[in-house]
Each structure stands twice: as structure tokens, then as C-alpha cells.
Design a protein around this ligand. Structure first.
Ligand code: HEM
Ligand code: HEM
Length: 247
């Protein structure tokens, strides 16, 4: 017997699908559309805000979105990875917060599984690097990032390198991400995409995970803090734009 459990709270799902849309927009505005660099900047600031929000939500958000719920120690993650090939059992594994389901069954992927957890830390770090490095670079025509004039030529070169390589890292993540989702669909018969849309996952009756909550007030507060943080970074703390053009 299985039952549907509400696992992905609304803010986490909103974060995810806005992020996917914004990354597509970043690609389009940088590579495909003409004269869209200003929109590329706005999209980058938006992604910066999303990442700040997700970090705050990972600390003080809904149950399954919290880092201490789904990030396990490297040893436990290794243990989990070996268990995938049937080499060892998972009983006794705990998350960093010590959360553990019933003794009889371990359902590591009712939220994020331990391997997926590290891929989330990876992509959040890459997205942070990508949106911060963008602040320091230029399109070499009309648009300078807000911190372009604040740093030396060699720092700009490093940021430019990071910005261009960062996108390759995002593409690598996407390939692994979609492969993992496909593997779950084919071998475990689990539709993770549907769960990321409506928030519910199948839970075995013998497991004892609690349903998540949306925490609307906290969501509003943390989303507002993220928006203010982006405003401070992009507008208030940014140096005055140097006027490089005589026309
Ligand atoms: C996570 C957010 C971002 C993503 C995914 C992203 C992605 C990209 C990509 C794919 C390119 C083209 C690279 C290439 O041609 O190899 C690019 C170029 C660029 N990005 Fe971003 N970017 C982001 C944020 C930002 C931000 C915040 C800014 C500035 C405030 C920015 C400024 C630029 C500039 C100036 C270029 C060069 C455009 C050109 O040469 O026409 N980016 N970005
Ligand atoms: C570059 C594009 C993408 C990025 C950066 C991205 C990033 C992420 C992140 C950060 C999470 C963790 C969610 C959280 O806890 O906050 C996640 C989970 C998830 N993503 Fe994506 N994603 C992308 C594209 C996609 C696409 C195209 C799909 C569907 C076809 C997808 C389906 C999912 C699903 C199903 C999960 C939940 C996995 C699980 O059950 O553990 N993602 N993604």
C-alpha cells in the first residue's frame, strides 16, 4: 500500500520552475536575440535573487527544502551510492539533522536523495558564481556590469572566464539532472517531474515521514529579504558607472 505525501512545498516548486525559465532566458538573451543584453542583466539579477532565496529557504524554509534535512555526510552518501548497486544496506543512515524514518524501511528519496543533495549544492554554487561574475563583465559594446569599473583588467578577465565556463557547468548539471530523472522513471517507475509540479510523492505506508507545509509568512519574508539583498548589491553598493563613451 502507498499513499500520496505532500513533499515539495509551493515556494520550492516556484523557485525551481522560475529558475528553469530564467536560465532559458539567459541563454536566449546572450546567444540568440539581438540587442537583448540589458534583459540579460535583469535576468541575471533575478537568478541572483532566486539563489539567495533558496539558500535562506534551505536554512529556515519548509521541512524537505532544508539543507540539514537532505544533505548527508560524505560517508553516508558513499554508503548510499554503494547501496544503489545492492552492495550494502541503508539502515541506520541519518541526515545531518539526525532525521530518520522508521527502522523497518528507509526511503532516502522521499525528499532529495543524498547524491541529488550534492548536485543541488553544486548547481547553487555555480549559479551564484555565474550571476556574480556577470556583474564584473561587459559586452564590449554598450553594457557594463555594475561592478565592471570597480576592478582591474585581470579581475575582469577571470570573471569573464568564469562566466563563460560557468554556463558549460550548468549544461553539464542539466544533462546529469535529466538523466537521473529518466533513470528514476525507467527503473524505479517514479515520475519525479510530476512531483515537482504538484508537490506530492508516493510514500510507503510503513514509512513515517511528515507532510511539508508552505509557510506563507516565512516565504513572503525571505522572498522580500532576497529582493532587498539584490537591490543593495546591484544598485546601492555598486560603484558609480564610469562614462567611457564620448558620444
Ligand atoms: C545565472 C545567471 C546568468 C547566466 C546563466 C548567464 C549566461 C550567459 C551566457 C550563456 C553568456 C554567453 C557566453 C558565451 O558566449 O560563451 C553570457 C554572456 C554575458 N553575460 Fe551572462 N549570465 C548570467 C548572469 C549575468 C549577469 C548578472 C550579468 C551582468 C550584470 C551578465 C552579463 C553578461 C555579459 C556582459 C555577457 C557577454 C555578452 C556578449 O558578449 O554579448 N550575465 N551570460
Ligand atoms: C538548467 C535547468 C535546471 C536547473 C538549474 C535545475 C535545478 C534544480 C534544483 C536546484 C533542484 C532542487 C530543488 C530544490 O530543492 O530547490 C531541482 C530538482 C528537480 N528538478 Fe530541476 N533544474 C533544471 C531543469 C529541470 C528540468 C528541465 C526538469 C524536468 C524535465 C527538472 C526536474 C526536476 C525535478 C523532477 C526535481 C526534483 C528531483 C527530486 O525529486 O529530488 N529540472 N532542479
Amino acid at each position: 500500500m502507498t499513499q500520496q505525501l505532500y513533499v515539495w512545498d509551493f515556494p520550492t516548486r516556484l523557485f525551481h520552475w522560475l529558475l528553469v525559465a530564467a536560465i532559458c532566458a539567459q541563454y536566449l538573451t546572450a546567444e540568440i536575440l539581438d540587442d537583448a543584453v540589458q534583459w540579460h542583466f535583469y535576468g541575471g539579477y533575478f537568478i541572483l535573487g532566486l539563489v539567495i532565496f533558496r539558500v535562506l529557504w534551505g536554512i529556515w524554509g519548509a521541512y524537505y527544502a532544508r539543507f540539514n534535512q537532505f544533505v548527508h555526510t560524505p560517508q553516508a552518501t558513499w554508503h548510499y551510492a554503494k547501496s544503489l548497486s545492492g552492495m550494502t544496506s541503508l539502515s541506520g543512515m541519518k541526515s545531518l539533522s539526525g532525521a530518520r524514518p522508521s527502522e523497518h524501511i528507509y526511503v532516502p528519496s522521499i525528499g532529495h536523495n543524498p547524491l541529488g543533495a550534492y548536485s543541488i549544492i553544486f548547481i547553487l554554487s555555480i549559479l551564484l558564481t555565474q550571476s556574480i561574475s556577470g556583474l564584473f563583465i561587459t559586452d564590449e559594446i554598450f553594457h557594463d556590469g555594475p561592478y565592471y569599473s570597480a576592478v582591474s583588467e585581470s579581475t575582469r578577465d577571470v570573471m569573464n572566464w568564469l562566466h563563460h565556463q560557468g554556463f558549460n557547468a550548468i549544461l553539464l548539471f542539466l544533462a546529469l539532472h535529466l538523466s537521473a530523472i529518466l533513470i528514476y522513471k525507467i527503473f524505479k517507475k517514479q515520475n519525479l517531474v510530476a512531483s515537482m509540479l504538484h508537490g506530492k510523492k508516493q510514500q510507503d505506508d510503513t514509512a513515517s515521514w511528515p507532510p511539508t507545509k508552505n509557510h506563507w509568512l516565512r516565504f513572503t519574508l525571505l522572498a522580500s529579504i532576497s529582493a532587498v539583498a539584490v537591490y543593495l548589491i546591484v544598485v546601492v553598493f555598486a560603484p558609480e558607472l564610469a562614462d567611457d563613451f564620448d558620444y
